[in-house]
Design a binder for this molecule. Structure first.
Ligand SMILES: Cc1cc2nc3c(=O)[nH]c(=O)nc-3n(C[C@H](O)[C@H](O)[C@H](O)COP(=O)(O)O)c2cc1C
Length: 202
């Protein structure tokens, strides 16, 4: 079922979804450079740009390290991606000459990930966020200093057919829906409708 937006948006936002079937084909550097460039232009508090991306293409020596971090269920499908990307975020930021905790590092890294995901789709590639991986092992195996928080992994690839996908995931291989706006946007306080009922019904 194609996704349907309740209100006008660019198709890009509803067309992005997270497949688990990936073709595993090599991803050109031109695609990687474009998606990271899109991420680079994300907004961030104090323009701190706390995000950093650790990239492993599937033929890199680091590939085995990256796939070894995945929870077994995620490894079943994410091992067929063309690249895995680990997003980390710098914990501290300089503000007015003082080094302080960057409380919006995850929020800002999330904005960068969204840019990356949408740019990937514009180029015909798909992304799939992965929270299910071993963060402690990631820090050790990839030598991530304590100054960076380990955020999320992302699988990048071209969507493949069901043939190569573990049967457990076949039924999940379809775009999901979303909670409607009247349960998402509120007037000042949670629970208070922000729009007349007839306008906010999905
Ligand atoms: C931070 C983050 C972590 C996620 N972790 C996993 C995961 O460990 N395993 C998985 O199969 N999907 C994971 N997902 C995918 C989400 O389940 C998916 O984005 C969500 O269901 C919405 O579907 P859509 O991306 O197809 O629109 C993750 C997504 C994000 C953004």
């Amino acid at each position: 079922m194609p996704r349907v937006a309740a209100y006008p948006v660019d198709p890009l936002f509803v067309d992005r979804w997270s497949p688990r079937s990936f073709s595993g084909e090599p991803v050109p550097d031109a695609v990687l450079l474009s998606i990271f460039e899109a991420a680079r232009w994300a907004p961030s508090a104090s323009n701190a740009q706390p995000w950093r991306f650790l990239l492993s293409r599937r033929d890199d020596p680091a590939w085995a390290d990256f796939t070894s971090l995945l929870q077994p269920r995620n490894a079943l499908w994410a091992s067929a991606a063309s690249a895995l990307i680990l997003i980390v975020a710098e914990r501290q930021v300089e503000r007015r000459g003082e080094i302080v905790e960057n409380v919006s590092r995850s929020f800002d890294a999330g904005a960068a990930w969204a840019n990356l995901a949408h740019q990937a789709l514009l180029l015909g590639w798909h992304t799939h966020g992965i929270g299910g991986f071993d963060r402690i092992a990631a820090r050790q195996r990839l030598a991530i200093p304590e100054a960076f928080a380990v955020e999320t992994m992302v699988a990048l690839g071209r969507a493949g057919g069901l043939d190569g996908l573990h049967p457990d995931f076949h039924a999940l291989e379809a775009p999901s829906d979303r909670r409607p706006l009247d349960q998402t946007v509120f007037a000042g306080r949670l629970g208070t409708p922000a729009f007349p009922a007839e306008r906010s019904a999905a």
